[in-house]
Write a protein that binds this ligand. Structure first.
Ligand code: FMN
Length: 400
């Protein structure tokens, strides 16, 4: 049985949810599932905005046939060619042989890479700022390269002031029938997933997101329809502000994330001592992660969230304990920058991890290091307490 929801008088959400998928992109745990959004505009011409992932393909096809109610699909706008959104193109081409596909110069070569389809005479190539009339509605195309793939564009419906934003403004999380931001408590229930989605998937492309935000600021937007997660129809300033903060790498929270790795508990003990000293000194926003137990995508998310990071790990075979090395590599790859960082190492005979972690941090942009090779030898001892107290003082001064 089909299901859909009306977004405006002429526009329908025809997507669906996957609560079975363990790892999004076979990388990111999604305990709350994920939605794949697609939107169908019922104008003089019918226009579908993007398709969905194969996992919900049959449901999606049923949904659009129900809304079409016997009409054929005239146009498919492809804002993004990532397979979780374009997997049903070939099926739609078969079902609606007269359908034309609207994309940009980078869209069609990608369709050719993914599919063997003869689209001769069935494509409409659009450029930045060009418009297309479906009857009552005028669609206006806005290129959004590298947010987060090169072919990405957004489509703005000038008539109803709807922005189809591709993966921008999307989030992990399946939707519970409630598809609008004013039907949910986004800040309480969705923000963490939204931040983890943004920082891990789009986070590297802050400059490109800023370019798109500038273009968006020139539009009168009443609705944002992303490809994952809720549709925004109120309080858009909240979401735009989050995106502005994340894409400029500004912290959301003045506080500290302590990310530690520990085999036998001694590094863990050292950061526990540090944490209570910070709390004693009045620092309240402290988030601790045992990084062997926290997925690296959550660490990246919190690296964007907090102003200060304390990273602690033992030396392992002359290098950095593997999960910490992996997290540091991910931080660099995803362009984490502008944070104040303290590093704590450990080792029983030749402690190298502090120096090596500091070297990796200094390869990242605008990082302020508060430590210089602070290394515990096996376990924290009273003899190192003044060094630790000095670090606490620096952190407190910088945080508060
Ligand atoms: C497989 C393995 C390799 C290690 N390699 C080094 C090393 O290269 N240099 C060193 O000083 N300590 C090395 N260590 C010792 C640990 O870094 C050290 O015991 C540390 O105190 C462990 O901290 P933890 O109690 O937080 O796990 C190694 C330990 C293990 C198990």
């Amino acid at each position: 049985m089909y299901y859909f929801r009306k977004v405006t008088d002429d526009l329908y959400w025809v997507g669906g949810n996957d609560r079975r998928l363990e790892l999004f992109e076979n990388l990111f745990p999604i305990p709350n599932g994920v939605s794949y959004n697609s939107y169908l505009l019922m104008d003089e011409k019918t226009v579908l905005f993007d398709t969905v992932d194969t996992s919900i393909g049959r449901q999606f096809l049923e949904n659009i046939e129900a809304v079409l109610d016997g009409r054929s699909l005239d146009y498919l706008v492809i804002n993004h060619m990532e397979p979780d959104h374009c997997s049903l193109i070939d099926e739609l081409v078969i079902r609606h042989p007269d359908m034309k596909i609207i994309g940009n110069a980078k869209t069609f070569p990608m369709i050719g890479q993914f599919y063997d389809l003869d689209l001769e005479g069935k494509t409409v190539t659009v450029k930045e700022g060009e418009t297309f009339s479906s009857g009552k509605h005028t669609l206006h195309f806005v290129m959004a390269p590298m947010v987060h793939w090169p072919e990405v564009m957004m489509t703005y419906d000038e008539t109803d002031k709807v922005l189809f934003s591709a993966d921008a403004f999307g989030t992990f999380g399946a939707m519970n029938g409630t598809i609008f931001n004013d039907e949910i408590d986004f800040d309480r229930d969705w923000l963490d997933d939204a931040r983890r989605y943004y920082t891990n998937i789009v986070g590297k492309y802050g400059v490109q997101v800023q370019n798109v935000l500038k273009k968006a600021s020139a539009l009168d937007i009443q609705y944002i329809c992303p490809l994952h997660g809720p549709v925004w129809r109120s309080n858009l300033a909240y979401l735009l502000e989050k995106y502005n903060t994340w894409s400029t790498y500004k912290p959301e929270m003045q506080g500290v994330m302590i990310a530690y790795a520990s085999m036998y508990g001694n590094t863990e003990n050292a950061v526990n001592v540090l944490a209570v000293k910070l709390a004693d000194a009045g620092v309240k926003e402290i988030k601790m992660h045992d990084i062997s137990r926290t997925h690296v995508s959550q660490l990246i998310s919190d690296s964007f969230k907090y102003s200060h990071l304390v990273l602690a790990a033992p030396t392992y075979n002359g290098g950095i304990y593997p999960v910490m090395a992996n997290y540091l590599d991910d931080m660099k790859a995803l362009s984490v920058q502008g944070r104040t960082v303290a590093v704590l190492g450990n080792g029983s005979w030749a402690p190298m991890s502090a120096k090596q972690m500091e070297a990796k941090i200094s390869e990242m942009k605008n990082m302020t290091l508060l430590t210089d090779n602070f290394a515990v030898k096996s376990a924290l001892k009273g003899t190192q307490m003044s060094e630790l107290d000095a670090l606490v003082e620096k952190l407190v001064e910088s945080i508060l």
